[in-house]
Design a protein around this ligand. Structure first.
Ligand code: NAI
Ligand SMILES: N/C(=C\C=C\C(=O)O)C(=O)O
Length: 479
């Protein structure tokens, strides 16, 4: 491992202090394939220390008023915003995404997550009902649950981690967070801002490392009663098994195999650019037969305009994939599609990727469009989580709803049509936690976010996250 001296070495953040770890994992720069940082390989011992710190901080933090907690969240948001450029550069290098994306989406949304929950925590009300004939009044009270375990993936590192930390601490919990071992740098950078923001020691603890070691230690710890997880379905299954003996509360935000349904009366100008490594991306495009050829022509033209480039290039539309293993996984799907007789119209194996010499070992691939593929193909059923889209024709509304619903996932869908009645009808029948019609990824953070079927359990959002991160009690008063 050449250049060890210059590697960035992260430390766990426990009880308000940065602590070294006994062992470390190498972390790779996805744009070069070279090791550039070292991430603590934490385990049970570090989780135990974090639990101790979180337990000690809980009484003081939970006793503060929502207004006092909100002020701290606002200060943290301001500090993150002041470091936006530095954080964006770090996210782009660590994750492989373009600097433009990190600058305009990831870090601004992380800032917004703290501002949003700082505000929404001030506006919850509780229920009250009268039972006059019994001389009773019933009402509910909510209280923070305790120590929340938060586990996040690599695709939107700081964005998804803060989407969990913000509501959890706003509601008065203390947290132990575990970011993906593949993308830990921005979480570590955020820890440097916590003290200045006024977050007391032990309220936010971050333990770095792998799922099987530190993730499982966190999930299995008896003093961590709730786990909020975003990631893959097999990991969610494991977390569910480990949580079961403790009856833990779980929020599981998992993958998708999201359909876009494009009817013949859709505005193609609008839908072509939006169809496209977020769990919400479209991976199956169903196009009504009468416009199939025209759509495909425009879609291919738009895809070919996507510039795959090094993450720091502001003109690149797409950077590198997260890891060598992931690149190989995505490529293996394209290979399977080809073996099944599908057509690969552009991208992997068809077009040539041009990269600077220094980036030849990076995890890059071209956006790839597949057609002539059967609904039963694994490319149409399984989450590939890469720049690969299948485009297939359909005849009728009834047929396309059935086909769109024929996968185990149910996260997001888009419907494109200028017929108002049709978009309402189809949106209602799709088995999907989120449906966008004539648009994509316009987020309203107040409303429930999450999937059905194998795409998850529970929802996140203003009210949903508040309910998840608090315990409700019903009190009856006889007067
Ligand atoms: N939101 C989504 O829909 C996402 C879906 N994925 C899908 O998952 C596939 C694998 O990606 P990964 O990052 O490896 O997902 P993953 O589900 O393995 O990892 C997500 C997080 O869970 C942790 N984790 C892994 N195993 C664990 C365990 N046994 N106990 C506790 N925590 C554990 C990981 O360290 C990471 O922090 C991707 O190819 C993609 O298909 C990945 C990231 C996000
Ligand atoms: N959960 C994911 C995306 C969430 C986006 C949002 O909250 O806007 C994911 O890609 O894993």
């Amino acid at each position: 491992m050449a250049g060890t001296k210059t590697l960035l070495v992260l430390e766990n953040f426990i009880g308000g202090r940065f602590l070294p770890c006994n062992s470390y994992i190498d972390s790779y720069d996805p744009s070069t394939g070279e090791v550039y940082s070292r991430v603590p390989d934490s385990g049970k011992e570090e989780v135990e220390a974090a639990v101790e710190a979180a337990r000690a901080a809980f009484p003081g933090w939970s006793a503060r008023s929502p207004q006092e907690r909100a002020q701290v969240l606002h200060r943290l948001a301001d500090l993150l915003e002041q470091s936006l450029e530095e954080l964006a550069q770090a996210e782009s290098k660590d994750q492989g995404k373009t600097i433009t994306l990190a600058r305009t989406v990831d870090i601004p949304r992380s800032v917004q997550n703290f501002r949003f929950f700082a505000s929404s925590i001030l506006h919850h009300t509780s229920e009250c009902t009268q039972m006059d004939h019994m001389g009773c009044l019933h009402y509910t009270v909510r209280a923070p649950v305790g120590i929340a375990g938060l586990i996040s993936p690599w695709n939107l590192p700081l964005y998804l981690l803060t989407w969990k930390i913000a509501p959890a601490i706003a509601a008065g919990n203390t947290v132990i967070a575990k970011p993906s071992e593949l993308t830990s740098v921005t979480a570590w950078m955020m820890c440097k801002l916590l003290e200045k923001a006024g977050v007391p020691p032990g309220v936010v603890n971050i333990v770095f490392g792998t799922g099987p070691r530190v993730g499982e230690a966190l999930v299995s710890h008896p003093e961590v009663p709730l786990i909020s997880f975003t990631g893959s379905q097999p990991t969610a299954e494991r977390i569910t098994q480990l949580s079961a003996p403790h009856c833990k509360r779980l929020s599981l935000e998992l993958g998708g195999k999201n359909p876009a349904i494009i009817f013949e009366d859709a505005n193609l100008e609008e839908c072509v650019p939006t169809t496209g490594e977020i769990c919400l991306c479209t991976s199956r495009i169903f196009v009504q037969k009468s416009i199939y050829s025209e759509f495909l022509k425009r879609f291919l033209e738009a895809t070919r305009l996507w510039k795959v480039g090094i993450p720091s290039d502001p003109s690149a539309s797409m950077g590198a994939l997260i890891s060598k293993a992931h690149l190989e996984k995505v490529r293996s799907y394209i290979k399977k599609a080809r073996a099944e007789g599908a057509q690969i119209l552009c991208g992997e194996g068809v077009d040539k990727l041009s990269l600077p010499p220094r980036n030849q070992g990076g995890y890059f691939m071209l956006p790839t469009v597949i057609t002539d593929i059967k609904d039963e193909s694994c490319c149409m059923k399984e989450e590939i989580f890469g720049p690969v889209t299948c485009v297939v024709p359909f005849d009728s509304e009834e047929e396309v709803i059935k086909r769109a619903n024929s996968v185990k996932y149910g996260l997001a869908a888009t419907v494109w049509s200028s017929n108002v009645g049709r978009v309402h009808r189809v949106a209602k029948k799709l088995q999907s936690g989120l449906v966008w019609t004539n648009c994509w990824l316009i987020r309203e953070l107040n409303l429930p976010f999450g999937g059905m079927k194998s795409s998850g359990v529970g929802r996140e959002g203003a009210k949903d996250s508040y309910e998840f991160f608090t315990e409700v009690k019903t009190i009856t008063i006889k007067h």
